[in-house]
Design a binder for this molecule. Structure first.
Ligand SMILES: CC(C)(COP(=O)(O)OP(=O)(O)OC[C@H]1O[C@@H](n2cnc3c(N)ncnc32)[C@H](O)[C@@H]1OP(=O)(O)O)[C@@H](O)C(=O)NCCC(=O)NCCS
Length: 142
């Protein structure tokens, strides 16, 4: 963000996403201070697949903020939307984003496939996923 106008526009997209049921963005706070953002991108409501996105503010990086936020968002998303058909959450990152790959690993998103480069992304990427587990599957995995 370069100025308040861009920030206001970005915020309006988040509110529009909540209203449309396509994008659920959360501020990540540490003792009241903004340290990051985490978002569930749902595209068309009712589809089986959603995607998670995130960033951590520069000074707060390296403290496990993003993995904990992604874990919390994932639990909330399945608790809220599994009944409406949500079965899988993807986490996509560019192949050279090692920090993001670590976030995926720490929050239990298994690497599923290498995604070939496509514009505007010049490098191959990773798709990690977490799947919804029903009650019996969840107990068996514990
Ligand atoms: C990727 C990102 C969200 C990680 O968030 P985080 O809250 O720092 O996550 P973690 O504390 O678990 O650190 C993850 C990795 O970042 C790296 N890291 C550690 N300290 C760091 C620091 N001070 N600055 C930058 N990266 C650091 C390490 O590789 C770490 O992995 P490790 O725990 O195995 O050492 C954050 O770097 C970021 O916002 N990057 C820019 C936006 C982005 O890439 N978003 C994801 C798009 S797919």
């Amino acid at each position: 963000m370069d100025d308040a106008g861009q920030a206001a526009y970005w915020l309006s997209l988040q509110y529009d996403g909540w209203a449309a049921g396509t994008r659920y963005a959360f501020a990540v706070l540490d003792a009241g201070e903004l340290v990051g953002n985490v978002v569930l991108k749902r595209g068309t409501p009712g589809v089986e697949r959603a995607e998670v996105g995130y960033w951590t503010a520069g000074p707060a990086r390296g403290r496990g903020v993003a993995p904990r936020a992604v874990e919390a968002l994932t639990a909330w998303a399945f608790a809220t939307f599994a009944e409406g058909g949500l079965r899988r959450i993807d986490l996509l990152h560019e192949g050279d984003n090692h920090a993001s790959c670590r976030v995926a690993e720490k929050s239990g998103f298994a690497l599923e496939e290498i995604v070939p480069a496509f514009p505007p992304y010049p490098l191959d990427g990773h798709r990690h996923s977490r799947k919804w587990l029903d009650g019996a599957e969840r107990r068996a995995s514990q």
